[in-house]
Design a protein around this ligand. Structure first.
Ligand code: EPU
Length: 338
């Protein structure tokens, strides 16, 4: 365990913001967790668990202890003829796990290629892309409850929903993930129906596709429309796609027949936040040091030198204009640290 005081978080948040924290504790092994949590508790300041910092907006310096999860390791936990359970440390970079699985021929993670962040953060918001969500490949997780000690959670106990889990609600600020176990397939079935996947696969000019092909085309699609945080600071989708009641959707559809919509939980329809934002004229707009990405309106970016409050002010303006035009309240997908 390593402890740093008055630490610069610039390289620990994908917006690249120059926020500082009072204490920064790097955890490299699960056995260090109880001591780290005790130390942070004794400091009497709030605690924040940080993986890759790819889903965080610091709106000011953090007067508390950041627990940075850097636990490595990818291992086969168990296997049978059809499937393999893989255990990965919370600090493993998500895309490295995907590449590991693809190289071994284990299916399930390929549609989730190139999502920024770490394994430990993946269940917190039930990451998803291109027709697959983490919950579809999740077996269980192990972690540390600040009051009860080490515990394991299966998928039901995690309460997964759209970009949602128990770790964002009841257990927020009380639990830390140390390892995640994934159920992967030795005879993978490919998921090619979402978005442009099929179209991109056809460009490969093959008759049969593999999970490596899926991973490659997903990377290509993402790179074509999402900015690389190492070049342009961003946190992926800034807002969730709003889920509105069927009746409200039916009314909106009359005024806005082109509005893209997707199935959601029972009684609700999911509407494209990117489209709503674009319709309000925000796509590609530059506001001071910030703005929305020219190729994807849902992504707020740091064009260089932006501050957390500046990005948050833009987010609030966008929320206001979408509400005025559509009566829909956008909610951030990114964690706002204030
Ligand atoms: N669209 C616009 N304007 C834009 C961009 C998109 O109108 O500038 C419309 C288009 O109609 C498009 C639709 O929005 O068909 C959906 O766009 P996209 O396929 O890019 O998906 P998204 O709903 O914006 C979600 C996830 C992404 C994930 C993609 C692909 C959320 C909040 N975001 O975005 O996840 O990569 O689907 O599956 O659910 C993330 O969570 O950070 C993230 C990037």
């Amino acid at each position: 365990m390593q402890v740093f005081k008055d630490f610069d978080l610039r390289h620990h948040n994908s917006f690249g913001l120059a926020a500082r924290c009072a204490y920064f504790v790097r955890i490299d092994d699960a056995t260090e967790i109880p001591q780290a949590v005790d130390m942070a508790t004794h400091l009497g300041k709030p605690m924040l668990v940080l993986g890759g910092g790819s889903n965080m907006l610091f709106t000011r310096d953090y007067d508390g202890t950041v627990l940075h999860m850097a636990i490595p390791g990818i291992e086969i936990y168990s296997e049978n003829e059809d499937e393999v359970i893989v255990e990965a440390g919370a600090g493993v970079v998500w895309h490295e796990l995907v590449l590991w699985a693809v190289a071994k021929g284990y299916g399930g993670l390929e549609n989730l290629s190139l999502i920024p962040g770490t394994v430990g953060a993946s269940p917190i918001q039930n990451i998803g892309a291109y027709g697959v969500e983490l919950k579809d490949v999740f077996h269980k997780l192990r972690g540390y409850h600040f009051d009860k000690g080490f515990m394991e959670f299966d998928a039901i106990a995690c309460g997964f929903g759209y970009r949602q889990s128990i770790f964002k609600s009841e257990l927020k600020g009380k639990f830390l993930v140390s390892a995640v176990f994934f159920r992967l397939q030795k005879k993978p079935s490919l998921k090619t129906t979402y978005g442009a996947i099929q179209e991109e696969l056809e460009k490969l000019g093959k008759s049969d596709y593999t999970i490596a092909d899926i991973s490659e085309v997903v990377c290509r699609i993402r790179q074509s429309k999402l900015p690389d945080p190492s070049t342009i600071g961003n946190a992926g989708s800034f807002f969730k796609n709003p889920e509105v009641e069927e009746e409200a959707y039916a009314r909106l559809k009359i005024s806005f027949p082109d509005m893209p919509a997707y199935p959601a939980k029972t009684g609700f329809t999911k509407i494209s936040a990117a489209w709503l934002i674009e319709q309000c004229g925000w796509k590609g707009k530059v506001v001071g040091h910030t703005g929305t990405y020219a190729k994807h309106a849902l992504v707020l970016v740091n064009h260089g030198g932006a501050s957390g409050p500046e990005i948050w002010a833009l987010a609030k303006e966008i929320i206001g204009s979408v509400f005025d035009k559509f009566g829909i309240q956008l909610e951030p997908e990114v964690n706002i640290i204030s």
